[in-house]
Design a protein around this ligand. Sequence first.
Ligand code: SF4
Length: 432
Amino acid sequence: MMLGRLKKNGHRIVDAKEAQTVIVNTCSFIEEARKESIDTILDLIELKRKGKIKKVIVAGCLAQRYGRDLAKEFSAVDAFVGTPTLNRQETPAQLQLTPKHFAYVKICESCFNVCSFCAIPNIKGKFISRTIESIVREVRELDAQGVKEINIIGQDITAYGMDVYRQKSLSRLLKELVKVCKNIEWIRLLYAFPSHITDELIAVIAREPKICKYIDMPLQHISDHILLEQNRNITNQQTVELIQKIRKAMPQGFLRTTFITGFPGETQEDFEQLRSFIKDFRFERVGVFVYSKEEGTLAAGMQGQVPEKIKKARLDGLMKDQQTISMEIQRSLVGRSLKVLIEEKEAPTRGHVPEGAVSPGRLPTKKALNVKATQRQNPDAFETYIGRSEYDAPDVDGVVYVRSETSLKAGDFVRVMITDAYEYDLAGVAVE
Ligand code: SF4
């Protein structure tokens, strides 16, 4: 949106290597994000010092949160600009940074939940939703441009409409969006707040073929006293009932969730409870973060801060358990045919693991990819492509390696018979 606005105002948008002015869009959500932002700013200052670029502009939520301090620290930065607010009615002039076949559509900004560990509401300010008309207009344009998948985003998309329509309106919005999606075959929902998920929303996702049967629903914990301290507005029992409801409505669906280890006051018992919960409920996709003590949040002042070493050890424990679960779930997909959206032809740089090498978990071996090809007369006729199924969100989930006899291009949908499974990725052969 930022680049779209600049382009509209006559600026020429080029790659950072050719640019005179470089804008870095920062994040300050947690310590790790701040570090990454600062490292990038330092790299750019170095480029400016060497005369390779003329101006450095720091935008986004790091600038919003710490603009004054940063200005003192980094005098070589030419300007700090914070986070822009969404305009309710206006369809933003987007300059699509994603590949042509998928796009992100932001439907609301900020959040009115007050999770005690989270600085977002302080950084982003008042919760604001765009109107249904403005979003429909944007999606119609993306559809006309040939986009095949849209990812609906916002800090809490399940709160969509609570300001502008005085009620949760995500299901109403989705019903309107499916009507204008001609080329778009996948609508993916990212970041649903568990206690805002309604029965109607579950029913719409389950019913509409164009909505991916994939819900990204950060749970953060499962111990009642931690959920209460986190101010998540949900209990252990309610969480379990919600998961059962979703599983019943979408037996083939995938659930992605995230957890925090080492929240203040988390005992070994709380952690063990979380561990068995993950084993019992077998989420298809799980992300784990260590608790990050954020300035200005309630949790930062809480008693019982957990030592870094323990937080990290707990994260490792959860991830290890999840790896086993993930591998079993991936293996259960072998022999199934999945609809896959092709992203790119496999580049040699992304490369295969040499035959016989131990797979690092992400990349399948050449041998595996050739497994079906060798059964054909001419295995060399196969090309390898990288794609995603409806169960893989761009950037965060795994990929599907596709061997195909016919030539494919980014944005094509193909049916793929899954032949091999890896911890996070799959491999198979295009069958139609
Ligand atoms: S729902 Fe998400 S964005 Fe909102 S306060 Fe909680 S953690 Fe932060």
